[in-house]
Design a protein. Structure first.
Length: 626
């Protein structure tokens, strides 16, 4: 038997630790060098000015999700993540940037055509795409042609493509128009298997936000309400696309049988099916399409047509530092996008304190005469919603009109912050309402014994430990449940009162259209929940009119970044756009796994964001569509 000296063992593990630390240091230093080098290239490259050929096509190659405001992402963390092969969070495209680019191109004599290359466009609500579509129509009004080309058009991509003069598809291409649906994941059985108890406190027949934790399927009430607004959206989609394409609304295939019959007539050829149905105008190879564009705008050195991409043209026409005229009167825009949470939040979520601070800045800025609150939110914390609502009231008391402009969703807490404004504007396809309140608490008193754990002790009152989360381990007794339900009912009464006082409706009238039920903007107008239907631009004009302004600038209120954050965002963004940062790529298996886990992740990330100090929420889960 060999005796091992303890000192030898210590030296061995010490050596292993030194090797590990050295390896980690080398990797991190290499990443740092890559990033700094990329930044240096971005700073000192002398030939990065975008050059637009004398005759060119603007390629609108949008990638990611269309949004009102980009979420904040730490640039260093993102760069390191991508450089080691991690998956990038879904990219986002500002709707306002797309509109500015198209409008500028319409008046640019060098840009003689537009190509809609939408294969990387992930999602976009109807109201956002309608805004972009309006700009495309203005481009066409200048006598410039718009062409769409892709191998595959999903429902979102096809809606934008329908604005083109000509839709082209590759010989093996597909158009998939499947309609709208809402299919949440349900966790009741899973939670029971984990011995986790779910306690829900709510008011509203249609307040289905908590159903995924209480049921294994969608309730009849939720199905009724959801199908109503989904049908309205699908009707609008079909009507608008059919009008632009010049075919009947019943041309859309809504059953497997109808699709099968048309596909059989095309011998199973999906691209021929799309052509026969009038969904596309031509079946073309990429080379054929390129040559046709070359005949219009000329050939470049890469043997393709002269063009400028969306990203390059954006850098050219949208300055990174927006000039703020200190003299002119202004209409301020405050974007409220994302989940409403208590406290401060970065762009992409709505912090009660941080959004209130933007509104307060607008109140004290003497050059700001009116405010437009652009809402794209399914709600969240009731407490944070009220913090924002209070600042809106103070703006109005200061003589500055506030107009709410609803984007794709302004429901639950999103409606709460719209209610106290002077006027509410919505798109016909906006999802709004969902006026209701709920509280959600999961307790693990049945889990701990299985794990051999227990929590015990003493307190001076029965309430001791409530704020520190003791109910999580000990459960709730009947009196505690009654207490929470009373708080929720009080919150619902406050919500009804808020709407009643600001919408010139009685409590009974509000309750009749509340109960957590979701409505489209068109239906909300009929019910008195919104004042007018119109676009974001319409809301800005209405705000200026209420303030008596004829000449004014628009000022977007944004959270101030630190100087270092500004520099890193500018430099890393530029380096990445030009391909100077190493890019990680996900395998097919990684992409599939990400897709399968997306819905579960979203629900539990949402639970983590719920931080209302009273545990009271006004949120609409069913407002998402698939």
């Amino acid at each position: 038997m060999t005796n091992t000296n303890p000192g030898t063992i210590r030296r061995l593990f010490s050596a292993i630790a030194r090797v590990y630390r050295g390896f980690r240091s080398v990797i991190l230093n290499l990443l740092f060098i890559i990033i700094v080098t990329s930044i240096g290239i971005a700073m000192f490259s002398g030939d990065d000015k975008v050059k637009v050929p004398a005759t060119a096509a603007l390629v609108l190659n949008l990638s990611g999700d269309l949004v009102e405001e980009k979420r904040w992402i730490d640039p260093i963390s993102a760069a390191i993540n991508e450089s080691v092969g991690g998956q990038e969070e879904a990219p986002e495209v500002l709707v306002n940037d797309v509109i500015k680019v198209i409008k500028n191109a319409a008046n640019d004599n060098r840009v003689q055509a537009m190509v809609l290359e939408l294969s990387s466009l992930r999602s976009g609500s109807l109201d956002k795409m309608q805004q972009i579509g309006k700009a495309i129509e203005e481009f066409k009004a200048k006598g410039k042609k718009v062409f769409a080309y892709s191998g595959f058009y999903d429902q979102t991509q096809y809606y934008l493509a329908s604005y083109a003069d000509e839709i082209n598809i590759s010989p093996m291409g597909t158009v998939l128009l499947e309609g709208y649906g809402s299919y949440p994941m349900y966790y009741k059985n899973a939670l029971e298997k984990l011995k986790i108890n779910t306690h829900v406190f709510r008011v509203g027949t249609y307040k289905s936000a908590v159903e995924p934790f209480l049921r294994n399927d969608m309730s009849d009430a939720a199905k009724e309400a959801n199908l109503a607004w989904l049908n309205e959206l699908w009707h609008d989609y079909k009507t608008q696309v059919a009008a632009r394409r010049g075919f009947a609304v019943d041309n859309f295939d809504e059953t497997y049988g109808a699709l099968l019959e048309k596909l059989q007539a095309a011998n199973g050829d999906l691209s021929q099916y799309a052509l026969n149905a009038g969904l596309v105008d031509h079946i073309k190879t990429r080379e054929t399409f390129r040559r046709e564009l070359m005949a219009i705008v000329g050939e470049n050195k890469d043997h393709s047509y002269n063009h400028v991409t969306f990203a390059d043209y954006t850098d050219l026409v949208i300055p990174r530092q927006q000039f703020d005229n200190p003299i002119s009167d202004k209409v301020a825009v405050v974007v409220a996008r994302g989940v409403i949470v208590d406290g401060n939040a970065k762009a992409g979520d709505i912090g009660g304190d941080s959004t209130a601070a933007l509104l307060r800045s607008a109140r004290y800025d003497e050059k700001i005469k009116a405010v437009v609150l652009r809402i794209d939110s399914p709600g969240g914390s009731a407490y944070a919603s009220e913090v924002i609502a209070q600042e809106i009231r103070l703006l109005r008391e200061a003589g500055k009109p506030v107009i709410a402009s609803m984007g794709s969703v302004a429901a639950s807490g999103g409606y709460w912050i719209a209610a106290p404004t002077n006027e509410i504007w919505a798109a016909p396809t906006t999802i709004t309402g969902s006026i209701g309140i709920f509280g959600l608490l999961h307790t693990a008193e049945n889990v701990l014994p299985v794990l051999g754990l227990n929590v015990d002790g003493v307190g001076t009152t029965e309430l001791a430990g409530l704020s520190s989360g003791l109910p999580l381990y000990k459960g709730l007794n009947d009196k505690a449940k009654d207490l929470f339900q009373l708080m929720i009912e009080r919150g619902y009464t406050e919500f009804l009162t808020l709407v009643s006082e600001n919408r010139n409706m009685t409590i009974t009238q509000v309750d009749a259209v509340a109960q957590g039920r979701v409505w489209t903007g068109q239906k909300a107008l009929e019910l008195g929940l919104v004042d007018k239907l119109g676009s974001f631009d319409d809301a800005i004009k209405a705000a200026a009119e209420k303030a008596g302004l004829s000449n004014y600038d628009i000022k977007v209120m944004q959270q101030e970044l630190t100087p270092s954050e500004k520099m890193l965002n500018e430099l890393l963004g530029s380096a990445k756009a030009k391909g100077w940062l190493p890019q990680g790529s996900a395998s097919a298996e990684q992409k599939l796994l990400a897709q399968l886990t997306q819905q579960v992740k979203q629900n539990f990330v949402l639970l983590n964001q719920f931080n209302d100090p009273n545990g009271v929420y006004s949120y609409c889960v069913g407002c998402s569509i698939n």
